[in-house]
Design a binder for this molecule. Structure first.
Ligand code: CA
Length: 327
């Protein structure tokens, strides 16, 4: 082969040989009140198993003492017991959980109780400071308390940068599961924004990178996930399956909405091919946590994922999500 031909072969082969680097993810959850957090973290492990994600840290935004241990149960089940876990300290939201105490006590985990876990702000600062610049994707599927505290954090022995500088330097973008769309007529009261509205307003207004908001409601209800957890595809002693069975028992059904799963998917894979993204506008958050997407003024760092891309079958998305949450 002459040099030109060799060059051509190399050019043609190289793209197929380059595997995209796994996306570096920090996952921040209110692992207590709803159960989709359980499947969302399982799905994140599924994406890590496929080489699409690297899980840098898993963090609880809840003062419920069994939230962080339940995170640890899931990390341990997926053979990643050493992923750093942080927990919100002092001022934070506490909500009850149907499943967290049971899973924490029944399955192997490394935390015991949430108060034993390190401070979330310290975990964020340490993990971010160790990463390459502009490389980390943060995804919150719970309250924004930890990110508000991170923004307010001051230089310390971990990093000479304050919180805002550290985020600017290390975070590529932030995916936030919260709120509903459209909400212009009836400002959305639901979701992760209401329990700590002060933190939500602070983060939405001051966050220095791109924020991609993903939404719940009709959109996430259209993706019925978890059915696989009720079948014999699941081995005995699967905590994800048990969490779903405990939570859904009183609902008398074998599926749940996919709000937090959509956020994880978008964080790792982007909105394509399944979802639509709107770039024009901004998410206006009121003091009480209600919110509307306004088309003007345009805030260049606010994006929203409100619906499916054209022609997408939500049941196909559900199948894909389900396959990711089992080993
Ligand atoms: Ca959640």
């Amino acid at each position: 082969m002459n040099k030109i031909k060799v060059g051509l072969v190399v050019i043609l082969l190289v793209p197929s040989l380059i595997k995209a680097q796994p996306v570096r993810i920090i996952f921040d959850t209110d692992m207590e009140s709803d159960v989709d957090d359980v499947a969302a973290l399982a799905m994140l492990h599924g994406l890590a198993n496929r080489g699409d994600a690297e899980i840098l840290a898993t963090i609880s935004s809840s003062l419920n003492p069994w939230s962080a241990p339940t995170i640890s149960v899931i990390n341990t089940y997926f053979d990643r017991p050493d992923i750093p876990i942080g927990n919100v300290k002092t001022k934070g939201v506490y909500r009850n959980s149907k499943y967290a105490k049971i899973l924490s006590e029944r399955y192997p985990q490394q935390i015991d109780l949430g108060e034993e876990a390190p401070d979330a702000t310290e975990v964020y600062r340490k993990v971010l400071s160790e990463q390459p610049d502009n490389s980390v994707v943060i995804v919150t599927v719970g309250y924004l308390t930890n990110l508000s505290k991170l923004l307010n954090s001051v230089p310390d022995e971990i990093s000479p940068l304050n919180g805002e500088e550290l985020i600017k330097k290390k975070v590529k973008h932030y995916v936030c599961m919260g709120g509903r769309y459209p909400s212009e007529q009836d400002p959305g009261k639901w979701g992760n924004f209401k329990p700590d509205p002060e933190a939500t307003v602070h983060v939405a207004n001051e966050w220095p990178t791109r924020i991609i908001f993903t939404t719940g409601g009709v959109f996430s209800n259209a993706i019925p996930t978890g059915k696989i957890l009720f079948t014999d595809r699941v081995e005995a002693g699967n905590p994800i399956s048990e969490g779903y069975k405990i939570f859904l028992e009183s609902w008398n059904r074998n599926w749940h909405h996919s709000a937090d799963l959509i956020a994880v998917y978008v964080a790792v894979k982007g909105h394509e091919p399944y979802f639509k993204e709107i770039q024009q506008g901004y998410f206006h958050i009121f003091e009480d946590g209600t919110h509307v997407w306004r088309t003007s003024p345009d805030r260049p760092n606010h994006f929203i994922v409100p619906d499916f891309a054209e022609g997408v079958d939500p049941l196909k998305v559900a199948e894909d999500f389900d396959a990711l949450m089992v080993k």
